[in-house]
Design a binder for this molecule. Structure first.
Ligand SMILES: NC(=O)C1=CN([C@@H]2O[C@H](COP(=O)(O)OP(=O)(O)OC[C@H]3O[C@@H](n4cnc5c(N)ncnc54)[C@H](O)[C@@H]3O)[C@@H](O)[C@H]2O)C=CC1
Ligand SMILES: O=C(O)[C@@H](O)C(=O)[C@H](O)[C@@H](O)CO
Length: 315
């Protein structure tokens, strides 16, 4: 019976993932390397819960209940001591993850499940040095972790079936939409799809086909408008496979085939222009703009989440 959750890493993803479990009644301990990072996570979670109240998706009592379910600990051993399910959301740096797993295998409960929120690393790479592959799994949440329903579940070939089932059950119990990969592949599913599309978007930008704003609108007012409710495979079926056959024959040979990050991204990163977090990327951001955009984004995601849940309840 999974009751206690430990989240290692309280950054962009860890705080949102922790919130998702706390809101659903689980006891959550968040761990990070500095008290100040945990304090920032605590503030972020409180603000996110207040936004849910403003949007009518939560009551003040539910917010307080969720906050009371969360503790914050810098000491890793203390943080994971009682955990039944542990999710690491530390930076996407393999050396950091492998070092953490070495520490965890000495201190976690013998039946604890350990999950990684990695965006890209194959689970076999994560388990190269640790000895708990039978209870290791990838649970890949999406940003923002407290609002996006998808969680990609990736099992190791040694992962015990009961660990997979317990993970799927747990992720459903926090109101998320898990998908299970049937075999290991770099980038899993959503990031492969997302990267393929982003490769083409930046190619179109580089070639001067349209402005960055219009390329984004091409998705948000077009396919993206549909994708919240109809996925690409179903869209092909409803568009007509004969037509999509012709579309593929006509367009596929024209698509960008580059095997590295778009030159636009490489140039900007080299100049330290990392996007919203550095104040400039493709677009330029004032400090206030970033928080305003995140606030607007999350309000829209909360409304969309309500709509999707209403649809699921109807079906
Ligand atoms: N940022 C995103 O949009 C998404 C990120 N991810 C994945 O989630 C993981 C975390 O990413 P972010 O949250 O963006 O990173 P982040 O940099 O925002 O947060 C990572 C946190 O981990 C802490 N940390 C580093 N080493 C640690 C250790 N040994 N023990 C405890 N805490 C430690 C850092 O202090 C930081 O607070 C990565 O694997 C990333 O690929 C997955 C989906 C989306
Ligand atoms: O977009 C997301 O939340 C996820 O697909 C990711 O893992 C991203 O690639 C993230 O790591 C980078 O923003």
């Amino acid at each position: 019976m999974i009751k206690n959750i430990a989240i290692i890493g309280s950054g962009v993803m860890g705080s949102g993932i922790a919130q998702s479990f706390a809101v659903s009644g689980y006891f959550v301990t968040i761990n990070d390397i500095k008290e100040e990072f945990l304090s920032k996570a605590q503030d972020r979670i409180s603000e996110n819960l207040s936004l849910l109240i403003e949007e009518g998706a939560m009551t003040e009592q539910e917010k307080q209940g969720a906050l009371s379910n969360i503790t914050y600990k810098v000491d890793l051993k203390e943080a994971v001591r009682d955990a039944d399910f542990i999710i690491e959301a530390i930076p996407e740096v393999i050396e950091l993850k492998l070092d953490l797993y070495q520490q965890l295998e000495q201190i976690v409960k013998e039946d604890a499940i350990i999950a990684s929120n990695t965006s890209t690393f194959p689970i076999s790479r994560l388990m190269e040095t640790a000895s708990f592959a039978d209870r290791m799994i990838i649970a890949h949440f999406f940003n923002p972790g407290h609002l996006v329903p998808l969680v990609e579940i990736v099992q190791h070939n040694e992962t015990k079936p009961e660990v997979v089932e317990a993970t799927l059950d747990l992720i459903r119990k926090i109101g998320k939409s898990p998908i299970l990969l049937k075999k290991e592949i770099a980038g899993f599913i959503a990031n492969r799809l997302q990267t393929a599309l982003m490769r083409e978007a930046f190619y179109l930008l580089k070639e001067g086909v349209a402005t960055a704003e219009d390329i984004d609108t091409a998705i948000t007012a077009g396919p993206g408008f549909r994708w919240a409710f109809t996925g690409p495979i179903e869209i092909a079926d409803f568009g007509g496979l004969d037509t999509w056959h012709r579309v593929f024959d006509n367009v596929a040979p024209e698509l960008d085939q580059s095997k590295q990050a778009p030159i636009i991204i490489r140039d900007l990163v080299e100049k330290g222009k990392l996007g919203a977090k550095s104040g400039e990327g493709i677009f330029t951001y004032e400090e206030s703009t970033v928080s305003q955009k995140i606030n607007e984004r999350d309000r829209n995601f909360i409304k969309l989440g309500k709509l999707k849940r209403e649809k699921e309840e109807v079906l």
